[in-house]
Design a protein around this ligand. Structure first.
Ligand code: B3K
Ligand code: ZN
Length: 872
């Protein structure tokens, strides 16, 4: 199958000035009439034929400048249509017929819950009409929609509603005009019977923008939080980047069947219901936070992505890395920056690091793909955001923001590259950022190794910092990266020291960003009375693996004293990580647990305890992260060792957990404010440990919380603990939850997920039963993710069960799903791609399943690319 290569990029031969779309929607098909004005691009040869993309379409008619074209005037293939001879400037009219009700791929025009909706990024527009479906063709869109008035009272598209009328026979029509030129991937259409939650937002220049959230009627009272989040995001982008919304209406539609989280279509975002609907009974605090973040993310795309877009899909991180970073800044400003940072790093380590270490590893700017939808990855998004964060660190906040503004002004209305962005920042900061480009072109997670020495006679402390990056399937040799390493030094009394580097005359600040550009460098601090304890990679200043030989006491000391909250958390995680790994290797000493217990006790009893930070510090490292420190990884042994330490912590600190639970569990009715959220968080963490003490009193507490909870956060936290058990109480609670929520899809997803991720001894059997459950549906991506995704990605010990049942179950579902929804199927297959990390027996079983998928008939490009790369 053909790979698309960055090095083959050619600018478009034809530009499309205007596109006038007419949709006629009926129950058994949709007819689309597209009229567009094209012209040959400057300097393009007269004989250059016109190519239009098109997929899964029936072509009904084609007119060039009003003249119908006959079959032999053009060439039709499975990928599109070519016309050999066209004038320099012409009008083309295309009539296509599609069957949205049969479109289970959820790309292009499809149906969800009786309504029509679209998803065009990356290449869905070509499933609607024949078109140069590439991000560097920007056109002005006009859209007319005609449909049954009763069934589809709401008809939406991008831009402004300019006209509407009656179409006879109970049908009506509307016309939308989008004044902003855009690539086809930002096109959207919605038709349905939907409730609208309306509000207005006054921009700082005094314009009123209509805000509209469209949801199914039964969800009418669950859009309040999303609306407030949108207003906050709009204000934030004005205050932080000086960006004001540029249309009169901002619409968001929530649909229950969606491949991803949400889509930033110009003026008409389409969202997975998961990131819009939230009420205390149905959504957890984490869900509320995710709604705010995703609403922000899609809104921020209006500039970083829509006004300035990508030249080609290799530049995807230009819009995604930058927009994730802006979303992260927004979340940090709305809540606790330190907690946000910790969660970002957890995600990077559990999702992106393993990707970098797998056959699917690719640079932030990939160089080739078979199916672009496979490259909406943790690397492009999250590592991409880390790379943007490093620009921010190197340039400072003010220069960075100025640079982003300049980039948006300079390239407004254009489709540009990652280099264009870097050049603008370099120019704004007056810096050479050439070497920094390797973060985009080189694959893999760099390792930064630190050694130190102290010269007591001179009071000098030197850090020797070196870097390396392991080879990846695509690149054997790596050149040094430009790495900002933020460091601090602590005195033996726990105080952060003022820092003076060699050559400086006065000490200044307690954190310094050292710039590592060579493969090895040294940095010397002066004026130190004693050997300090280094606090390294503060705030996780670069997406690297740090190696420094701390001893356990240093880590405990940093956990107690470091003035950088991220580094403090990290010290605790490293301490727990070592203890768990030693246990896995059968080298645990009783002193090990004592040290962790003591450290945790100190956190719990600290006079200035911040409950949400404490909840992070007291959570043991995730299994996926622990597995990265073991070769070959043994997920079953890791689970056992981690659980054993958890039980010890639970028992040794039982009374502290009980106190914490009582003290922090919020009083009175549910509120979504910082205090209540933090309180629930810490109380539920404590409850988690209490669930492991084995004491009847504590088990009772878990049950009690489940049955008395007035909100989903508390209810689900207790249910998850119960789902690990085999007793009557567990069965009762799960059954109760199902009966209560069987009609509410997003909550029913939680019921599936909590079981698929449980530590129940026979969880594999349970998952086998869940996929047979009448409410399990392969056509609904949320449900698939809640069962298959949760099991294969979120329950490593069960998925990697020695029997291989987990692998077989996954492969069988990937094959079935591929015929329905290739994009989601390819994503579900990814856990198998990581086979190299495991022992020979697991490797063999995993590869067998990959081969079984590879051998399945008529595999999609999506799944083909994942399995073939994995087996290379
Ligand atoms: N840009 C969309 C993702 C589209 C996915 C296409 N397979 C969501 C986002 O990143 O905002
Ligand atoms: Zn995005």
């Amino acid at each position: 199958r053909k790979a698309v290569k960055l090095s083959d990029y050619e600018p478009p031969a034809f530009e499309v000035e205007t596109v006038d779309l007419h949709f006629q929607l009926t129950e058994d098909c949709a007819r689309v009439r597209t009229r567009m004005h094209l012209h040959r691009a400057d300097g393009v040869d007269l004989h250059e034929p016109l190519h239009l993309h098109g997929e899964a379409l029936e072509l009904e008619a084609l007119y060039l400048d009003g003249q119908p074209l006959a079959m032999d005037d053009f060439l039709l293939t499975r990928q599109g249509l070519s016309i050999e001879r066209v004038p320099d400037r012409f009008e083309l009219e295309v009539h296509t017929l599609l069957r949205p009700q049969d479109n289970t791929s959820l790309s292009g025009l499809y149906r969800s819950g009786g309504n029509f909706c679209t998803q065009c990024e990356a290449e869905g527009f070509r499933r609607i009409t024949y078109f140069p479906d590439r991000p560097d063709v920007l056109s002005r869109f006009t859209t007319t929609i005609e449909a049954d008035r009763q069934r589809y009272p709401v008809l939406l598209s991008n831009g402004d509603l300019v006209d509407s009328g009656d179409a006879g026979e109970g049908r009506h029509w509307v016309k939308w005009v989008d004044p902003w030129p855009k690539p086809s991937y930002l096109f959207a259409l919605v038709a349905g019977d939907l409730h609208c939650h309306q509000d207005t937002y006054r921009t700082r220049s005094g314009r009123d923008v209509q805000l509209e959230f469209y949801v199914e009627h039964e969800n009418a009272n669950r859009t309040g939080h999303a609306m407030e989040s949108l207003k906050k995001a709009m204000r934030w982008d004005e205050d932080t980047y000086g960006l004001e919304y540029d249309l009169d209406t901002y619409m968001v539609v929530a649909v229950g069947d969606f491949n991803m989280g949400a889509m930033e279509n110009k003026g008409l975002n389409i969202f997975n219901t998961q990131y819009v609907l939230a009420s205390p009974e149905t959504a957890t605090d984490a869900d509320f936070e995710a709604v705010e973040a995703v609403i922000g993310h899609e809104y921020f795309h209006n500039y970083t992505g829509n006004r300035v877009t990508c030249r080609d899909w290799f530049q995807l991180s230009l819009k995604e890395g930058l927009t994730v970073f802006r979303e992260q800044q927004f979340s940090e400003d709305m809540g606790s920056p330190a907690v946000q940072r910790i969660q970002q790093v957890r995600l990077l380590r559990s999702a992106q690091f393993p990707e970098d270490a797998s056959p699917m590893a690719h640079p932030v700017r990939p160089e080739s793909y078979v199916e672009i939808n496979n490259f909406y990855t943790a690397t492009v998004y999250i590592k991409g955001a880390e790379v943007i964060r490093m620009y921010h660190t190197l340039l400072g906040d003010a220069v960075f923001r100025q640079g982003v503004k300049r980039y948006l002004e300079r390239f407004d209305g254009q489709a540009v590259t990652i280099e264009d962005f870097r050049q603008t920042l370099a120019e704004t900061g007056g810096r050479d950022l050439g070497q920094f480009g390797r973060w985009y072109s080189q694959t893999g997670t760099p390792r930064v190794r630190v050694r130190d020495e102290f010269d007591p006679a001179r009071g000098r402390y030197t850090l020797h910092i070196s870097q390396s990056c392991p080879p990846t399937p695509d690149q054997a040799e790596k050149k040094p990266f430009h790495i900002p390493v933020a460091v601090g030094l602590l005195g033996r009394d726990g105080q952060a020291l003022s820092l003076r580097l060699s050559g400086e005359s006065v000490a200044e600040g307690t954190t310094r960003v050292l710039e590592l550009t060579g493969s090895e460098q040294q940095f010397t601090f002066e004026g130190l009375a004693e050997r300090p304890v280094p606090s390294l990679l503060r705030g996780f200043s670069a997406p690297v693996i740090l190696e420094y030989d701390y001893d356990d006491d240093d880590l405990a000391f940093l956990l107690a004293h470091d003035n950088d909250p991220f580094a403090r958390w990290e010290a605790g995680q490293q301490l727990a990580l070592r203890v768990i790994l030693r246990r896995v290797q059968g080298q645990a000493s009783p002193n090990d647990s004592r040290q962790v217990i003591q450290a945790f006790q100190q956190v719990l009893e600290a006079p200035d305890l911040d409950p949400s930070l404490a909840a992070e510090a007291l959570a043991l490292p995730q299994e996926a992260y622990l597995a990265q420190h073991m070769d070959p990884a043994d997920p079953v042994a890791i689970r056992a060792a981690r659980e054993a330490l958890r039980t010890e912590l639970a028992q040794a600190l039982a009374s502290q957990w009980r106190d914490t639970y009582r003290r922090y569990r919020p009083e009175g009715p549910w509120r979504l404010d910082a205090d209540h959220i933090a309180g629930r968080r810490l109380a539920n963490l404590a409850l988690g440990y209490l669930g492991a003490t084995g004491a009847a009193e504590d088990n009772g507490l878990v049950q009690q919380q489940y049955h008395r909870a007035d909100n989903m956060t508390d209810s689900l936290a207790a249910l998850a603990l119960l789902a690990d058990r085999e007793d009557e109480a567990a069965v009762t609670a799960l059954d109760d939850f199902y009966q209560r929520w069987r009609q509410t899809p997003l909550v029913l997803d939680k019921w599936f997920r909590v079981q698929a991720m449980s530590r129940h001894p026979r969880v594999v059997e349970r998952v086998q039963a869940l996929v047979q459950h009448p409410d399990f549906d392969l056509r609904n991506p949320n449900r698939v993710r809640a069962v298959i995704g949760a099991f294969a990605q979120g329950n490593p010990a069960a998925f990697h069960d020695d029997s291989g049942t987990g692998y077989r179950l996954l492969a069988a579902h990937v094959i079935r799903l591929d015929a329905i929804n290739p994009q989601v199927a390819a994503r579900m297959a990814l856990p198998l791609s990581k086979w190299q990390r495991y022992d020979a027996s697991r490797q063999k079983m995993m590869k067998n399943e990959l081969q079984r998928i590879a051998d399945a008939p008529s595999l999609s490009n999506d799944v083909y690319e994942v399995v073939s790369r994995s087996l290379e």
